[in-house]
Every structure is written in C-alpha cells, then in structure tokens.
Design a protein around this ligand. Sequence first.
Ligand code: ADE
Length: 238
Amino acid sequence: MRFDILTLFPEMFEPIKQSIIGKAEEKKLIEINLINIRDFSKNKHKKVDDTPYGGGAGMIMQADVVYDAYKSIKGKNAKVIYLTPQGKVLNQKKVEELSKEEQIVLLCGHYEGIDQRVIDKIVDEEISIGDYVLTGGEIPAMVLIDTVSRYIDGVLSEGSTSEESFSHGILEYPQYTRPEVFENEKVPEILLSGHHENINKWRRNQALKNTYLKRPELLKNIKLSEEDRKNLEKIKKM
Ligand code: ADE
C-alpha cells in the first residue's frame, strides 16, 4: 500500500515514522510519500493561499497550486481522499475497505479551506475523523494511515485485527496477565482452568457486557446468536 500525502506541513508526519508504522515502512509493507504543496507555488514568496472571493475571514488554498502538486504523483488507480470535518466519519468498516486499495492520496487542508474547484476535480471521497474541528488535515491523515496500515499483511502479528474491538462489531473482553494476584485482586478463575470452550464462552459474554455498559448503540448493528440474546437478557437484569 502506498500513501501519497499532499500537505503544507510534511514535518508534521515525523511521529508516524516510529513504532509499528515505522517498521512497516522499513519492511516496505507500506510506503509513505510526502509532497509539499508549497513546492508547487508559482509565486516568488512561495505563497499558496489567497483571500476568499466574496469576502470573509481567513485564507483559501489555491486550486492551481494544489492541482500541480497532485499531478506530480505517480500512479493511475489512486483513491484521492480529502480530510475534512465535512466528510463521512471514519469507522472500522471503512478502514478495512480502504486497506484493499493499492494507493491512497491524502489531501490535507489548512487555513479556511481549499478552493472548491480543485476538490471537485480530484477528490474521490471526503473523510472526517470525528465531529470536531482540527487546525488541519495532517493529524486526521496520520490517524487514517495508522488504522489502515494495521490491516496490511505483515504489519501486525497474525490474528491481531480479527479479535479486537469493532472487528465483530462489539467491544473487546478484558485481558489479564501475570501476576495472578495484584493488590488482592485475583485473575478470573475461569482463565486459569485451561478449558478453552468455557473460556471462549466467558470472553464472549464479557464482550457483550462491556458493549452493553459502554457502547450499547453498537448492539443494534450486529447479529446476535440465540445464546448471545439469552446472555444479554441476564446482563440487563444485573
Ligand atoms: N480537518 C479539520 N478537522 C477535521 C476532522 N475532524 N476530520 C478530518 N479532517 C479535518
């Protein structure tokens, strides 16, 4: 998977070169290519924005500069995503879908926005990372790269994405490790039993309970087995 990032602040992407994503890049499982939009300014002062037609506050990134930066990217089948609070809010289903792309171009806005004409011309999809406003699209772009990269083969250890929160539409069960007793709190007995079937049942029940208590709205979107339904009724009465 290749990510091409159109940004005015390429230095902001340093943090994503660390840890798991940094290693994935070293192993060439993903490629992160930063394009500085300012390099395509036609102005001797390297200006990339101007005041809005019709008046109003702030500066608007210019269409021709952004377009030239976009045209410098190699590859024909790239999906172009504009990070904006006006986009559809990112969720795990969308993340999984995006992980199947070969190449993703991420357009990061700054200031009051980008001239609509270039958005209309190059953008395939607008994505938001939540209903709040950030100062630019760089942090949202990093969020997207991080979460999508986890689904690329070899980035995480096998099975890591299939057993986690949201992968089955509900939250995770609680996890424990040594020591067996911590501050007088013992690990749930069942986890020491070695009885895998019972452990799996217990974990499913805990995941349902967690979801019911913390994010009950998620339960509306998933298919529950008859056993799940019975267990959920018991949880609701607790
Ligand atoms: N740019 C500014 N705020 C944003 C958000 N919430 N999501 C994506 N891009 C943004």
